[in-house]
Design a protein around this ligand. Structure first.
Ligand code: PEP
Ligand code: MN
Length: 285
């Protein structure tokens, strides 16, 4: 393994907790649950998501406004209009939001409207972008590249830390393999390894790993059992109508049920899913 001076664990108990907002932290005792659609589609859609997920509870809302699509003819995201929707919903519901940054020029606008930046799989080794988010001043979710080794993943995080931003959350989202029954192969071995090698929080995105909604809940439970610090899951008010990644989107009710179903698993591994009561009380505090 190349020398990852800043992200490596210095001793077994070395673990970083990252604060995303007054009421959301990742890497501590409580799991962080991030939920929302693949893409922001309208204000109404995001309000439905925010109001429904408050009870889950989901601590951070997601929604892409700059979308990395395989086809240049597919919906590319709402862009700046989507950022305004994210910040409006964030303010109204008192919930932090995360959205993907695809290029250096988007950083400034995203930092103004969102609480957290996401670097997607396709940009995990976009080194200029990694350096630039080093000075963004907001936490970053770094998703594992489509076919990145654990070493490449760790070194990509090292780029961000070495350029000044210590608040990096690693996200395992599945890697390419020969079998296309699932969209990707969820590498839970990597989650265990990353927790041993680095002090950074590690979350799992079972949605992009599975590519099929019926696999998501069980993979989410497996991720928590394996020691993940949180989950990022795609859900939508009308999953079948999602403009992107419809096949993997959960309904909002299934998302709520999934979060409740995590409680016994979390307890079995000494973690906790925050209750909607504690979340709410915190929100109005
Ligand atoms: C996403 O989170 O919507 C996304 C595009 O994910 P990934 O970069 O993991 O493919
Ligand atoms: Mn998606």
């Amino acid at each position: 393994m190349l020398s990852a001076k800043l992200v490596s664990k210095s001793h077994t108990e070395h673990q970083t907790a990252i604060r995303i907002s007054d009421h959301a932290t990742v890497g501590g005792h409580d799991l962080l649950i991030i939920g929302g659609p693949c893409a922001v589609e309208s204000l109404e859609q995001m309000e439905q998501v925010a109001s429904h997920l408050a009870d889950a509870p989901v601590q951070v809302l997601r929604g892409g406004v700059y979308k990395p699509r395989t086809s240049p003819y597919a919906f590319q995201g709402m862009g700046d209009a989507g950022l305004n929707i994210l910040s409006a919903v964030s303010q109204r519901y008192g919930v932090p939001v995360v959205t993907e940054v695809m290029s250096i020029s988007q950083i400034e606008g995203i930092v103004e409207h969102a609480d957290m930046l996401q670097i997607g799989s396709r940009n995990m080794q976009n080194f200029d972008l990694l350096k630039a988010v080093g000075s963004a001043g907001k936490p970053v979710i770094l998703k594992r590249g489509l076919a990145a080794t654990i070493e490449e993943f760790v070194m990509a995080a090292e780029y961000i830390l070495s350029h000044g931003n210590p608040d990096v959350v690693l996200c395992e989202r599945g890697i390419r393999s020969f079998d296309n029954y699932t969209r990707n192969v969820l590498d839970l071995g990597a989650v265990v390894a990353l927790k041993q090698i680095t002090h950074l929080p590690v979350i799992v995105d079972p949605s992009h790993a599975a590519g099929k909604r019926e696999l998501v809940a069980a993979l989410a439970k497996a991720a928590v059992a394996a020691g993940a610090d949180g989950l990022m899951i795609e859900c939508h008010p009308q999953p079948e109508e999602s403009v992107s990644d419809a096949r993997q989107a959960l309904s909002l009710q299934d998302m709520v049920d999934l979060v409740h179903g995590l409680r016994p698993i979390a307890a079995a591994v000494g973690r906790r899913v925050p209750t909607s009561k504690s979340h709410r009380q915190l929100s109005v505090a």
